[in-house]
Design a protein around this ligand. Structure first.
Ligand code: AMP
Length: 371
């Protein structure tokens, strides 16, 4: 299938050509046509599947064809996403996709001064990308009205729940017009997210891609059975062997992530830890240093790392096993993207062996044991 077959209009096609997209990803193939028909969508998909274009292109095309942006600059589409990093990524995609349409967009998020965001809003935007806290804040101050919203995207709903944003969302929903298109995305569907989706979607088209249990074949997975106290030496040895590789290390806890960073620092390996206790600025800086290869080693908790789009990551190390088997699949999915080879190493102490069994059951693969 090609983008042309999805009936995308010329200004959008031109932007996609410039991005070098030739074929739509599976979620785009499934979601774009019904979304262009103004249907509600329930999308089960994680970052890396191309879901941003799947929701953004139909919205841009509908706004463009209705020419509403030429008549009045008011917010017509709201994209709500849990973190600043995701909000910035989505806004960058919008910049590319709207380039030939005249549609304006901007992004707001917390953790920084509001002035420049407010000034940008005052110039008039058609599409707003926002994190929940800052959105409510600016609404309460009277800088934002959502009364003209015709398209609403709720991105990463399960993560919104993890991060404690569900109340904010419930406060926000009644402020949106009843008549609108809603595009709802979540990587997983725990029961309260399913209930939320039922409450806000009208006769949605359900689209689902890459079930979480499928592990990319290009990822080589190895397991190390180690005593807990030996993990740090093993990590140092492995990193010293592969110094040039970009490595993402997962820790189950924030405290653990900081501890790993200290251990590595002592042995002369430069690294940064990102987790919820770090300021937005510190997280953003760490991420851009990692992406630009200034730092080779990043340590992250699961919540901090989800949704981060890092290309060409060669090595993922699970310093400890996650609490939930599905998280293992999310973690190692950071490597081996777009057909590139990737390696995932997992450290397993005695008390983690049960979890390993769950992971092998979920992925249907037994891991190669290394020593
Ligand atoms: P997303 O899941 O929206 O974060 O997208 C993941 C990555 O895939 C981003 O870097 C996009 O630029 C890229 N991408 C999205 N759609 C396509 C496509 N049809 N062809 C090639 N790359 C794509």
């Amino acid at each position: 299938m090609t983008f042309k077959e999805l009936n995308l209009i010329e200004p959008v096609m031109k932007a996609l050509n410039e991005k070098g997209y030739t074929t739509p990803t599976p979620i785009q193939q499934q979601a774009i046509t019904p979304a262009l028909d103004n249907r509600d969508i329930l999308g089960l998909a994680q970052t890396g599947t191309g879901k941003t274009a799947a929701f953004a292109l139909p919205i841009i095309q509908q706004l463009y064809l209705n020419k509403t942006h030429e008549k009045k600059r008011e917010i017509k589409a709201l994209i709500l996403t849990p973190t600043r990093e995701l909000a910035i990524q989505i806004n960058e995609c919008l910049r590319d996709y709207t380039r030939y349409t005249g549609i304006r967009h901007c992004v707001i998020f917390g953790g920084v001064k509001q002035n420049s965001q407010v000034n940008e809003l005052k110039t008039g935007v058609d599409i707003l990308v926002a994190t929940p806290g800052r959105l409510l804040d600016l609404m309460n101050q009277g800088f934002i009205s959502l009364s003209a919203i015709s398209h609403f995207v709720l991105d990463e709903a399960d993560r919104m729940l993890d991060m404690g944003f569900i109340h904010d969302i419930k406060r926000l929903l009644p402020k949106l017009p009843k008549k609108k298109q809603t595009l709802f995305f979540s990587a997983t569907m725990p029961s309260c997210i399913a209930a939320l989706s039922r409450a806000i979607l009208h006769n949605p088209v359900r689209v689902e891609v890459t079930p979480v249990a499928s592990v990319v074949d290009t990822i080589e997975q190895y397991i190390y059975f180690v005593e807990k106290q030996e993990k740090k030496d093993l990590l140092i040895n492995l990193l010293k062997k592969d110094e040039k590789k970009s490595t993402l290390i997962f820790s189950r806890t924030k405290h653990g992530a900081d501890k790993i960073a200290r251990i590595l620092c002592k042995s002369g390996i430069e690294s940064v830890a990102i987790h919820g206790n770090k300021s937005q600025n510190a997280r953003q800086r760490a991420l851009s240093d990692f992406k630009s290869n200034k730092i080779r080693t990043l340590i992250a908790t699961d919540i901090a790392a989800r949704g981060i789009d890092i290309n060409n990551l060669e090595l993922v190390i699970n310093y400890d096993l996650p609490d939930v088997a599905e998280t293992y699949v999310h973690r190692i999915g950071r490597t081996g993207r777009a057909g590139n080879a990737g390696t995932a190493l997992t450290f397993c102490a005695d008390d983690e062996r049960e979890m390993l069994k769950d992971i092998q059951k979920l992925t249907g693969k037994s891991l190669v044991v290394s020593s």
